[in-house]
Design a binder for this molecule. Structure first.
Ligand SMILES: Nc1ncnc2c1ncn2[C@@H]1O[C@H](COP(=O)(O)OP(=O)(O)OP(=O)(O)O)[C@@H](O)[C@H]1O
Ligand SMILES: [Mg+2]
Length: 246
């Protein structure tokens, strides 16, 4: 099992969109048993995958009451793709992690799920918080969407520096996100980091939120769908060194 976190210090940069579409690629294109774990109280991934928060246990009970994660996990409309939904109870997650003082809580919970899944993707809330510290300890790879703008780039550099300072070994995979090749600033950012994968700004990617379905299901040959498929292959190669992506 490999855990891939989709994380950024900044909000609104395309984390959830990446998480949902990459999770679908893992399940549908690479035939991996995949879990998307929504850690954000906004519950956007949960909404996009058709989940609701009407379960018997609030999402935070996994951390606060030792309710087994498996009891909250649901199927989605897509084969091999399951969802661990979020709800507003996760608003208190930072405080809870802080109070628990167990730095590997998330990591241990992921270990418990490792028999049942090949890939677990974490849709993370923005910020450099106790939750992100748990994510940094738990993930095998952290994918960071970076919109081509100085502030977004600065936020990425800050995260990279933070990881170095605390001696974290987890690799970061920055991704140019929401790229509009008609803009000079975007082209300059692409040229500066030519080896980063690229996700274009596209109305069909935006439509994922309207259709509440991954782009691969309704526009499989679109530029956006191909970009997510390519990025997923890059991720597979990064987490399984030397093995060609499925
Ligand atoms: N490549 C893209 N092209 C067009 N629209 C996009 C793209 N990526 C994301 N969006 C849109 O941008 C908005 C923000 O995206 P998203 O919710 O994925 O960001 P986020 O980083 O998860 O935000 P938050 O920090 O609030 O969790 C959404 O309306 C989404 O549909
Ligand atoms: Mg989000």
């Amino acid at each position: 099992m490999a855990t891939i976190a989709i994380y950024s210090l900044k909000g609104g940069v395309g984390k959830t969109t990446l998480a949902v579409n990459l999770a679908w690629c893992a399940a549908a294109r690479s035939a991996r048993r995949t879990l998307l774990w929504d850690l954000d109280p906004q519950a956007a991934s949960t909404f996009l995958l058709g989940g609701d928060s009407a379960g018997r246990h609030p999402a935070q009970s996994i951390f606060s009451k030792d309710v087994a994660a498996a009891r909250l996990i649901r199927r989605t409309a897509f084969e091999r793709l399951e969802l661990l939904p979020a709800d507003t109870s996760l608003r208190g997650l930072d405080h809870l992690f802080h109070a628990l003082d167990k730095k590997k809580r998330l990591s241990k919970l992921l270990d418990d799920l490792s028999e049942d899944y090949d890939r677990i993707l974490l849709d993370c809330p923005p910020g450099l918080t106790d939750t992100s510290e748990q994510v940094i300890r738990a993930a095998d790879l952290i994918v960071v969407p970076v919109v081509p703008s100085p502030l977004s780039r600065r936020a990425f550099d800050e995260v990279a520096t933070h990881l170095v300072q605390r001696g974290a070994k987890v690799p970061l995979m920055p991704v140019h996100a929401m790229v509009d090749r008609r803009r000079k600033l975007h082209l300059e950012a692409l040229a500066q980091d030519a080896d980063w994968p690229v996700i274009p700004m596209a109305s069909q990617i935006e439509a994922v939120a309207v259709r509440r379905s991954p782009i691969g299901t309704f526009a499989p040959r679109s530029e956006g769908a191909r970009a997510f498929a390519n990025l997923w292959q890059t991720i597979e190669r990064a987490i399984v060194p030397g093995i060609q992506a499925a």
